[in-house]
Design a protein around this ligand. Structure first.
Ligand SMILES: [Zn+2]
Length: 84
């Protein structure tokens, strides 16, 4: 069995670590994220230490078919139940 990479990748930008389905982009490029935001990719070293964007994290777990650890929010039709 071969390892299949998930279709999303983590990319830092807009003060958080977001996940995206877009191909890997260079620093300064604009990219659409799983949470629906358009961010400017930040490939500086410290950017990788920023907090994970929660909606992106939930969406990434859903794509990977892995439940959120602990009492994560419930996902209904691709949206976080009870959010906003
Ligand atoms: Zn995000």
């Amino acid at each position: 069995m071969t390892y299949e990479q998930h279709p999303f990748r983590w990319t830092p930008g807009a003060e958080q670590r977001h996940a995206t389905l877009a191909p890997l982009r260079d620093h300064g490029a604009e990219v659409e994220t799983l949470c629906g935001a358009r961010i400017v990719v930040d490939r500086t070293e410290l950017a990788w230490l920023r907090l994970t964007c929660e909606p992106c994290n939930v969406a990434a777990h859903e794509i990977a078919g892995v439940p959120m650890p602990g009492d994560g929010p419930e996902i209904v039709d691709g949206q976080i139940a009870g959010a906003r």
